[in-house]
Design a protein around this ligand. Structure first.
Ligand code: GDP
Ligand code: MG
Length: 429
């Protein structure tokens, strides 16, 4: 059976924690999109880790982790991450990398940085990990799949030379930077080939066999609905599809195998990078939520940038669950809200004097103002509680109201960063 764990918001909802928790009983965990640009923070018996490239199932000894064909693969970052885990006492991971995954090339990272510099104040807030240039090249059919590293060397060299002609036109004439030297890129690719060699596999074939054997498989999404290339807040999105449905093509499995979609949503909002964010808060109010949020504050796992924060947005989250096709919702990071007397819940947007409940197009978001319903705070620490009915009644009501607003069943409530900080809940809808 395949379950997808995906984000219903702007990312950083706690997917890593939920994946790590469910991976204990999973045979395979797959990343099917994105690259090393996002971070999943995990706290377990080995310590605290920020994963960028590796699937969050990497800590489970029974689990094989797969980087699917839909991923943008940063080979040196991957190897660095594996080495650092092993140094910290994590058992050597069982990892397979799709022979069809696209390689993040050294010039992708350069170009990402050059473009952000060119845009200056109007930049997208890219993490400069080369993700957008890598996916652009994939669609322009000038990218490199992992298996191409193993083809005839002369043919590979020619491919590199060809691509460098295109890249150098941009690099020299638009960015006024030193031209790429094709031979250097070729030599780097030979190094990449040796680094990745132990992991390369036809992962689609592997997964088809695993499905036949009835294995328990998790798909782990990166970022969330609002950052999806098609359905997110374009152009302030990531360069891949973050939706569960992309698990099919991104991993090479039939879409009908995905039986459960767990949409992860955080009990307040946070967002990294640009884009309109209706329930965003500012000033001291924001600083306090940022400081108390997540595990040690809402600061990016990859970039350490302060995340933008705001109140829970039922409009965006309902849209997020709808596009993900949620069968279950995991409501995470509920515990930091215990300091508030009252908690605003964004239950609608006011647009042109009208209250709307459905997520408008991105171009209209800037004209929307949040409509809040005030919920009573619970004013205590809820960490360590393991049963929903043991939560303070105000806290139960906060969760119940979010569920009513979403119209999707909340089956997990997370009240702490650790694997065991989880409450299984019987939905009311
Ligand atoms: P991801 O990108 O969706 O995997 O999420 P991140 O790991 O980037 O961000 C979520 C942050 O919240 C991390 O620092 C987690 O350790 C932390 N976290 C996850 N669940 C909980 C929770 O229930 N309570 C608290 N306090 N922190 C949590
Ligand atoms: Mg994250």
């Amino acid at each position: 059976m395949v379950k997808a764990i995906v984000g219903a918001n702007w990312g950083d909802e706690g997917k890593g924690k939920i994946t790590d928790m469910l991976a204990e009983n999973a045979d395979i965990v797959i990343r099917f999109q994105g690259g090393s640009n996002a971070g999943h923070t995990i706290k377990n018996k080995y310590g605290k880790f920020a994963l960028h490239m590796l699937p969050s199932g990497i800590f489970s000894e029974r689990t094989t982790c797969v980087l699917g064909n839909g991923v943008a693969l940063n080979i040196p970052k991957l190897i660095e991450e594996i080495n650092s885990l092993v140094e910290q006492g994590v058992p050597e991971p069982k990892l397979l990398v799709s022979d069809r995954a696209h390689i993040v090339m050294p010039y992708h990272i350069l170009l990402d940085g050059y473009e952000e510099a060119r845009l200056a104040g109007k930049a997208f807030g890219s993490t400069k990990s080369g993700i957008a240039p890598c996916y652009s090249d994939k669609y322009a059919k000038i990218g490199f799949q992992v298996k191409e590293l193993f083809m005839d060397e002369q043919a590979l060299r020619e491919r590199v030379e060809n691509v460098c002609v295109i890249k150098n036109t941009l690099i020299e004439h638009l960015y006024h930077q030193p031209a790429l030297v094709p031979e250097e890129i070729f030599q780097t690719l030979l190094e990449y080939r040796e680094m990745i060699r132990p992991y390369v596999a036809d992962t689609a074939l592997y997964l088809h066999k695993a499905l036949k054997e009835g294995k328990e498989i998790l798909l782990e999404g990166q970022l969330g609905t609002m950052k999806d290339m098609d359905h997110g807040i374009y152009p302030m999105v990531t360069s891949s599809n973050t939706l569960s449905g992309f698990g099919g093509p991104g991993a090479g499995i039939p879409p009908y195998e995905i039986k459960q979609v767990i949409a992860v949503t955080k009990a307040y909002s946070s967002s990294v990078g640009g884009g309109d964010f209706v329930s965003e808060i500012f000033g001291d109010e924001a600083e306090e939520l940022r400081r108390r949020g997540g595990d040690g504050g809402e600061y990016g796992a990859t970039t350490h940038r302060p995340r933008r924060v705001g109140w829970y947005d039922c409009v965006a989250s309902r849209y997020g669950c709808m596009l993900q096709g949620a069968t279950d919702v995991a409501l995470t990071v509920l515990d930091p809200l215990g300091y508030l007397d009252e908690i605003p819940l964004c239950v609608g947007y006011e647009k042109d004097g009208e209250v709307i409940q459905d997520m408008p197009h991105t171009t209209e978001l800037m004209h929307c103002k949040p409509v809040y319903k005030m919920m009573k705070g619970w004013k205590c620490d809820i960490t360590g509680i393991r049963k929903f009915e043991d939560l303070p009644i105000e806290c139960q009501e906060y969760v119940n109201e979010i569920e009513r607003q979403l119209g999707y069943p909340i089956t997990f409530v997370s009240n702490g960063p650790a694997r065991e900080d989880i409450i299984y809940r019987t939905p009311l809808i």
